[in-house]
Design a protein around this ligand. Structure first.
Ligand SMILES: Nc1ncnc2c1ncn2[C@@H]1O[C@H](COP(=O)(O)OP(=O)(O)O)[C@@H](O)[C@H]1O
Ligand SMILES: O=C(OP(=O)(O)O)[C@H](O)COP(=O)(O)O
Length: 411
């Protein structure tokens, strides 16, 4: 049994749609990326059927630089949908309700960043979330709920798990296709070596599933923040915050025990960077062997060239390669060597390959690679690797349960 989709939803209704428009923000400017393009398909389809489309989404996490309003997202989404998208700077208060009530058939509205609403975050079970004021209020002003945010489906947040308990709930087109692709991938087995490239900034997400992927992955190639944390656990003087950073120390506290136990138990399956890259005094890329680092005084922004060479060889020996997170700050060309090097090696071989993550998948387009050279490019990062473990995702579970209950009820 699976969830119901838009095909099961009668047109002409007021529909609340959860998208994942979480995007890179550079100097306050929201960067267009594949999430807009993909979600635009769902939004356009609903609007063209005559639905009144109320979109909600999140951006960043409270306290982070990329925790900003969704005003810019509305304009970018509108370009991709090819229709106006109104924006209201409110999540569920009177202004939001008024804007929802004012919609005509085929019109689209985007509510403010749901993480600005207190009820959205902490993770709690769907029953609790369904009773919060945010969910109860919005549910009164719409007829149905569509969840299209597969890439956030590993979070038990109000906008993701609360509504299916109080409204008829359906999966959007992105939810449908990502779920199908990632579930199918999770059940595949391979005769040859399976490699996972682990990088990015959300080390906690990846480290927590590395243990669970024990059986499925033969080699982990590490970079990004997780890579430095593993180097720290291996005794190198790296993997800590310096100069106003906020990437390492909290994630070290949360994961040090797991990292040590993964290193203990699967050390043979884990390849760490041999060298790291940083910005020198002239603003140029410079590299240092990890063995030569005496003290971390500035950020390491990429893996070094020897590491890329070593990872390239492992990739070329693999039957399947899964990528979660970039090996460096690839948005800056000087620090794109690791990420692009590994992606190029994958593209040049005929291994089965999946590249996931809203940020990481952007590197493919930025550096002129073709999506056709990868078996699947997912706009989900954390959700896709969680799915690889075979675990279900809370926001998918509630959609399935809602469909089961409807079936049971009408039987
Ligand atoms: N050493 C590093 N220092 C700073 N940022 C990094 C580093 N390595 C990777 N990144 C950043 O990680 C981001 C991807 O992180 P993450 O959100 O975990 O992955 P995704 O969105 O692909 O799932 C990229 O935007 C990249 O710039
Ligand atoms: O970008 C996301 O996840 P990803 O970086 O794992 O692809 C989702 O929007 C979830 O965001 P969150 O990790 O702040 O909950």
């Amino acid at each position: 049994m699976s969830f119901d989709t838009i095909d099961d939803l009668d047109p002409g209704q007021r529909v609340l749609v959860r998208l994942d428009l979480n995007s890179p923000v550079e100097d306050g400017t929201v960067q267009d990326n594949r999430r807009f393009e993909r979600h635009a398909e769902t939004v356009r389809e609903l609007a063209e059927r005559g639905d009144r489309v109320v979109c909600m989404a999140h951006q960043g996490r409270p306290g982070d630089d990329d925790f900003v309003s969704l005003r810019q997202h509305a304009d970018i989404l509108a370009e991709h949908v090819g229709r106006d998208v109104r924006f209201v700077p409110d999540t569920y208060g009177p202004e939001a309700v008024e804007a929802i009530e004012a919609l005509d058939d085929g019109e689209i509205l985007l509510l403010e960043n749901v993480r600005m609403c207190e009820d959205e975050l902490p993770e709690e079970d769907p029953g609790v979330k369904s009773r919060c004021e945010f969910v109860r209020t919005l549910a009164e002003h719409v007829d149905a709920y569509v969840n299209d945010a597969y890439s956030a489906a590993h979070r038990e947040h109000a906008s993701l798990v609360g509504f299916p308990l109080v409204l008829p709930a359906y999966a959007g087109r992105v939810m449908e296709s990502e779920y199908e692709a990632n579930t199918a991938i999770a059940s595949r087995t391979f005769d040859g070596q399976v490699t996972m490239v682990v990088g990015g900034t959300k080390a906690t997400d990846v480290i927590s599933v590395m243990e669970a992927l024990d059986e499925k992955v033969d080699q982990f190639l590490l970079g990004g923040i997780a890579g430095e944390l593993f180097l720290r656990a291996a005794g190198y003087p790296v993997g800590e915050d310096v100069a106003g950073m906020d990437l390492f120390d909290d994630q070290w506290e949360a994961n040090a025990d797991t990292i040590r136990s993964v290193l203990d138990e699967r050390g043979d399956a884990i390849t760490l960077a041999l060298d790291l890259a940083y910005e020198d005094d002239d603003g140029e890329r410079a590299e240092i062997d990890v063995e030569d680092v005496e003290e971390k005084t500035q950020g390491f922004l990429d893996v070094g060239s020897d590491t890329v060479e070593a990872y390239d060889a492992v990739v070329r020996d693999s039957e399947a390669v899964f990528v979660k997170g970039a090996l460096g700050l690839f948005e800056d060309e000087r620090f794109s060597v690791g990420t692009v090097g590994v992606l190029e090696a994958i593209a040049e071989t005929d291994c089965f390959s999946v590249v996931g993550g809203g940020d990481t998948s952007r590197a493919i387009e930025m550096y002129g690679l073709s999506e056709d050279d990868f078996s699947h490019v997912s706009i989900a990062g954390g959700a896709y690797i969680r799915a690889l473990t075979g675990d279900s995702l809370p926001a998918v579970d509630v959609l399935v349960e809602a469909a089961n209950e409807r079936d049971g009820g009408s039987a």
